[in-house]
Design a protein around this ligand. Structure first.
Ligand code: NDP
Ligand code: MG
Length: 396
């Protein structure tokens, strides 16, 4: 396989760190040419000393100064060029030296760099589902050919389709959901959950935003919208089933009733590696550099149940927003980002996150999205409205 020159956006995050571990475990296959992060300068300088990329980007000038100081302290010799903010992310996404871009910042922030990478003709390993939730309708005919999904469910479908996004021959796509830490709870019990409980996912280790979204099932709703755009399927052909063991990562159903599922470790390094190297599969199980990566031990039974959309209303709200189209998914996403940061800042209780989504989707007018500018404007407006509503949900 030809060496892949890789740019990692969100290098210090949960996905970024997993990607770095894969790149480091297969040094003959990957050359990391750019790393973009936000504020975690300590980890970023460690990644720079490991991979020696030519370009690095951080959130603001303050982090830039800290990073340069830290890199000088490490005595690395020639320093990388260091960019800042959205411009830095864009540079990392479109760098001529990069063949592939792993889009793994979290939130709507990923929209512009993801589309910039596609416009520059880069192959994009897409973890940042928000860019499709908000801007999926803007994907051009050639864009989808450049995308390989990283989200484990979409990777599973991609794998079940033989490394393709062409779902024209399937009858239905079934996304599996673990159900999160509060599976089986009723609405009253959801009102009693603690901050720590919401942040501990039973099966996956992820960044804080997606961990909370997995507990409300908003994440599964985002994934339905993501699947609609990636695989060009109508919403009626996308189902969700709760599968608490997270061993089956998703499946496709053919018209004859046959179902092809993908099973594997609950470890994002699988989906990340497949997104980067498909159709080649890397020998992850036999690589000593990938600590903790282990095969399924066949020690548990697999079970399935319907999601409870009455208790986990975020899933139903997201599905309805997807069907409605226009700016509705952007409103959903912005409301979710504001509500989850308010929850993480202990300003609102867990169950109020979904109330904020419902409030925003009910009150903010839905408009068509014809350009990235439209998408950004919808995002900005919804954020403003959601922020103003947060005090109403304090201590409820
Ligand atoms: P994390 O919160 O762990 O990481 C987010 C990354 O984005 C960090 O590197 C962070 O940098 C960076 N970032 C944040 N703000 C900025 C900014 N202003 N400028 C530049 N970089 C910034 O998120 P995850 O890794 O969990 O998720 C990343 C994406 O992947 C999300 O879209 C998520 O939905 C998706 N995803 C994640 C999965 C998972 O298992 N974690 C599974 C499927 C999808 P820093 O920390 O330095 O501030
Ligand atoms: Mg997922």
């Amino acid at each position: 396989m030809k060496k892949i020159r890789l740019s990692i956006l969100g290098a210090t995050g949960s996905i970024g760190r997993s990607a770095a571990s894969v790149a480091q475990a297969f040094p003959d296959l990957f050359e990391v040419v750019a790393l973009a992060a936000g504020t975690n300068v300590g980890l970023l300088s460690d990644l720079v000393s490991r991979f020696r990329p030519g370009f690095v980007s951080v959130k603001t000038d303050a982090e830039r100064a800290l990073l340069i100081k830290s890199l000088k302290g490490l005595g690395l010799g020639k320093l990388p060029e260091v960019g800042v903010g959205e411009e830095g992310l864009r540079t990392a996404a479109t760098l001529p030296e990069a063949d592939q871009v792993l889009s793994a910042v979290s939130g709507a922030l990923g929209l512009l760099p993801t589309f910039a990478a596609l416009a520059a003709g880069k192959k994009v390993a897409l973890a940042n589902k928000e860019s499709l939730v908000i801007g999926g309708g803007l994907l051009g005919p050639n864009d989808r050919e450049l995308i390989s999904p990283v989200d484990s469910e979409h990777s599973a479908v991609f794998q079940a389709l033989g490394g393709s996004l062409d779902a024209s021959r399937i009858r239905r796509l079934v996304l599996t959901a673990s159900g999160g830490p509060f599976r089986g709870y009723d609405a009253e019990r959801l009102k009693t959950v603690t901050y720590e409980e919401a942040l501990s996912h039973p099966n996956w280790s992820m960044g804080p935003k997606i961990t909370i979204d997995s507990a409300t099932l908003l994440n599964k709703g985002f994934e339905v919208i993501e699947a609609h755009h990636l695989f060009r399927l109508p919403y009626d052909s996308i189902s969700v089933v709760v599968h608490p063991q997270s061993v089956i990562h998703s499946l496709v159903e053919y018209p004859d009733g046959s179902m092809i599922a993908q099973l594997g470790p609950t470890d994002m390094r699988l989906a990340i590696a497949y997104a980067l190297t498909n159709p080649t599969r890397l020998p992850l199980l036999d690589n000593k550099g990938l600590a903790g990566y282990a095969p399924f031990p066949f020690d548990k039974s697999l079970s399935f149940e319907e999601p409870d959309r009455k208790v986990f209303r975020a899933l139903a709200l997201a599905e309805a927003a997807g069907r409605r189209g226009g700016s509705a998914p952007a409103i959903l996403n912005a409301a979710g980002e504001v509500a989850v940061s308010a929850f993480l800042a202990k300003r609102i209780p867990f169950h109020a996150i979904t109330d904020v989504l419902e409030d925003c989707l009910g009150k903010i007018p839905v408009v068509p999205i014809k350009s990235l500018e439209d998408a950004l404007a919808a995002d900005k407006d919804a954020r403003g409205y959601a922020e103003a509503r947060i005090p109403k949900y304090q201590n409820r």
